[in-house]
Design a protein around this ligand. Structure first.
Ligand SMILES: Cc1cc2nc3c(=O)[nH]c(=O)nc-3n(C[C@H](O)[C@H](O)[C@H](O)COP(=O)(O)O)c2cc1C
Length: 156
């Protein structure tokens, strides 16, 4: 049975796009696996002695994760657009790159990103991006649960 650590970071409460995405992800997961354990409101995630160890005997790379084999799902919302690889704002993406850097110390082996763009434009591009993100969530849930392989997900 799966344990999901559900972390919401947005302070925008009911107006938050990313909170809606994460709620959808958890709801979809529970629809498939009602007995899954959900751990919510959680802070100080990366902890010495609990999630990573520090030992100078390892030389120039003294940190090592304690856990392994974890899957990270980042559900993100951006006011603007073009933050992905090759995008016009790729070098301004400090959020997801930061999370990816930290993820190693949580034993993350596999990671996925679903992001909404254009929030501050509030136009058709945003509405399409929201629709695409919500459509991608059940596909990713099925993939993470091993119901569909990544290849069959891509073909859907
Ligand atoms: C203080 C502040 C700074 C922001 N900075 C950025 C930014 O650097 N890049 C961007 O794409 N959007 C930026 N935004 C827009 C948010 O990314 C966007 O509103 C997003 O939907 C917030 O996520 P949430 O809806 O889950 O709260 C910013 C919003 C606020 C309030």
């Amino acid at each position: 049975m799966t344990t999901l650590l559900h972390i919401d970071a947005s302070p925008r409460g009911d107006r938050s796009v990313s909170r809606k995405l994460s709620k959808s992800f958890v709801d979809q997961w529970l629809a498939h696996e009602p007995g899954a354990t959900i751990i919510y409101w959680f802070d100080k995630v990366i902890r010495i002695g609990k999630t990573f160890t520090f030992d100078l005997a390892r030389g120039d790379f003294p940190l090592e994760p304690i856990m392994s084999g974890k899957t990270l799902v980042v559900l993100s919302s951006r006011g603007e657009f073009g933050f992905g690889p090759g995008g016009v704002r790729e070098t301004m993406n400090h959020l997801e790159t930061h999370i990816s850097t930290c993820a190693h110390y949580l034993g993350v082996q596999e990671s996925h990103l679903i992001a909404v763009d254009y929030q501050e434009f509030d136009d058709e591009r945003h509405r399409q991006s929201v629709a695409d993100a919500f459509a991608a969530i059940p596909v990713l849930v099925r993939q993470c649960l091993g119901i569909d392989s990544p290849a069959s997900v891509a073909a859907e």
